[in-house]
Ligand binder design. Structure first.
Ligand code: F6P
Length: 324
């Protein structure tokens, strides 16, 4: 391998820049040329490709988002799109590709590898932490901390006004952000699709709390929760309790995707970036790099996409015990 290319694809995540920096600096250390691809697979198809130097990644480790820009690219999900992308790689003399992203990014990468044999390495970059093959994904820790800061603030006003707050957090179909920010924020309840609660159970728990003289409560609702959004859940609860509780809803939304990456995310991103590059140079391809129990591991892309990473029951149990 003499020349590699790197892109970020799908939803951005804090720490992607630290990862790009690690890949570029690692490649230069090993005497490999690096090309940056702007705007994900779409940029690859259009040939939006440029040469990267050590200076290209100066002063970015602390920045959220991705300097390479990111996008979802339906065209890359077609064979024709991938054919164009392959031609661009050949025209630019690129021998291998590193992609930072989540499930959708890896699905595209897998097809690309299977059809054209392009050596590919995936790096898990998503706030959702929903990928098998790594304990944590890049951006997750920062997103949890961002959600936590918001929860702490809402708790102040919830307490002053003796209100119930339903706070909706991101995560797509996964409840990881909800569970960890809920534990750290001392939430009374965490509602996730992995461990469904009926509206009746929610109402009963709220009533029990107030009977024990709790005057405010925080309920964290994962956006992937199957009963609907935090707003619809609040409506369902209201129907069962009349005006007994004063309730408010806050959806944290995209604030969870931005911001300066935590130290944990920067270190994780740096390890995964260098691990990806050095894995590729050792001939490890068609895999996602991850860290499990503090060790670098490489998981076949198919497994990383298809296998699930269940939330530990111990954590769910803890929410119930500690919120009393
Ligand atoms: O995958 C990251 C994520 O932020 C999810 O948590 C969320 O469901 C989704 O992306 C939002 O996507 P978009 O930015 O396209 O609205």
């Amino acid at each position: 391998i003499n020349r590699i290319a790197i892109l970020t694809s799908g939803s951005d995540a804090p720490g992607m820049n630290a990862c790009i920096r690690a890949v570029v600096r690692g490649a230069l250390y090993h005497g490999i040329e690096v090309m940056g691809i702007r705007r994900g697979y779409g940029g690859l198809i259009r040939g939006d490709i440029f040469s990267m130097t050590s200076h290209s990644v100066s002063n970015i480790i602390q920045r959220g988002g991705t300097i390479l820009k990111s996008a979802h690219c339906p065209e890359f999900m077609t064979v024709e799109g991938r054919q164009k992308a392959y031609e661009q790689l050949m025209n630019h003399g690129i021998d291998a590709l590193i992609v930072i992203g989540g499930n959708g990014t890896f699905e595209g990468a897998l097809h690309f590898y299977e059809e054209f044999g392009v050596p590919i390495m995936g790096i898990p970059g998503t706030i959702d932490n929903d990928l098998f093959g790594t304990d944590y994904t890049i951006g997750y820790d920062t997103a949890v901390n961002t959600a936590l800061k918001a929860i702490d603030r809402i708790r102040d006003t919830a307490d002053s006004h003796e209100r119930i707050f339903l706070i909706e957090v991101m995560g797509r179909d996964s409840g990881y952000i909800a569970v960890q920010s809920g534990i750290a924020g001392g939430a009374e309840m965490v509602v996730i699709s992995e461990d469904p609660l009926s509206t009746q159970e929610l109402v009963d728990t709220l009533k029990q709390g107030f009977n024990r003289s709790k005057s405010s409560s925080i309920i964290i609702v994962a956006e992937g929760e199957t009963k609907g959004t935090a707003a619809t859940l609040a409506d369902q609860i209201r129907k069962q309790v009349d005006d007994k509780f004063d309730m408010r809803v806050t959806a944290l939304g995209h604030v969870q995707r931005g911001g300066t990456p935590s130290a944990y995310d920067r270190i994780l991103a740096s390890r995964l970036g260098l691990g990806a590059l050095e894995g590729l140079l050792d001939g490890t391809i068609n895999v996602m790099v991850g860290i499990i129990n503090n060790q670098l591991v490489y998981t076949p892309l198919r497994e990383a996409i298809d296998r699930s990473k269940p939330i530990k029951n111990e954590l769910l149990r803890m929410v119930n015990i500690l919120s009393v």
